[in-house]
Design a protein around this ligand. Structure first.
Ligand code: CA
Length: 198
């Protein structure tokens, strides 16, 4: 169970979010403006914050920036805007994730779950490799795409971990073999092709 702070000035949306979060077994507290939200973040010691971008008194970006000076609590930014620039700025001031309104509650709960999992893993010192929607949790050997867990065989997991952690870089077949199957093991180079075709 986690304590989740919702900073959102649209009362019906805040109430719906709080209701659904409680249904998941978490505790939900709400604040309706930036100043009150910042106060609640400082005093309430939440495990995660859902933070609206457009807020009265103090806007979401500023709230995010101020919280980040004091804490690494996961923050999911919420906004009606969908321009890419807002997403960039939101992540730049330290938000962990970004959800655009309107959103489905299922989607939102999946993001919350994923952010909580990452933060728990971070506390344990595990490495989380992210590439777009893909997340590889090396400590717990779990892979999720868009918050949904997928099942992989150990070699597949290892291959994915290596590829995801080196996204955008070219890996030679030999390099892949060495990283995934180890130095000593003798393997036909066709092995990599097989996994590439799967
Ligand atoms: Ca708002």
């Amino acid at each position: 169970m986690a304590k989740i702070l919702i900073i959102e000035d649209e009362a019906p949306l805040a109430a719906t979010l709080a209701y659904n979060i409680r249904q998941e077994g978490h505790e939900a507290i709400t604040a309706q403006d930036g100043v009150t939200g910042l106060e609640a973040a400082r005093q309430g010691d939440p495990d995660l914050i859902v933070l609206d971008l457009m807020l009265p008194r103090l806007d979401g970006l500023e709230v995010c920036r101020l919280i980040r000076r004091e804490s690494d609590v996961p923050i999911i930014m919420l906004t009606a805007r969908s321009r890419e620039i807002d997403k960039v700025v939101g992540l730049e001031v330290g938000a962990d994730d970004y959800v655009t309104k309107p959103f489905s509650m299922v989607e939102m709960l999946a993001r919350i779950k994923a952010a909580l999992r990452r933060s728990t893993a971070r506390d344990r010192g595990d490495e989380i490799v992210r590439a777009g929607d893909l997340e590889v949790d090396t400590g717990r050997h779990r892979v999720t795409i868009g918050g949904r867990e997928i099942t992989l065989r150990p070699r597949e997991f290892e291959l994915l971990r290596v590829l995801a952690s080196r996204r955008g870089r070219v890996l030679s077949r030999t390099d892949l073999l060495r990283r995934v199957w180890g130095e000593d093991e003798f393997i036909d180079h066709g092995t990599v092709d097989k996994y590439a075709e799967d």
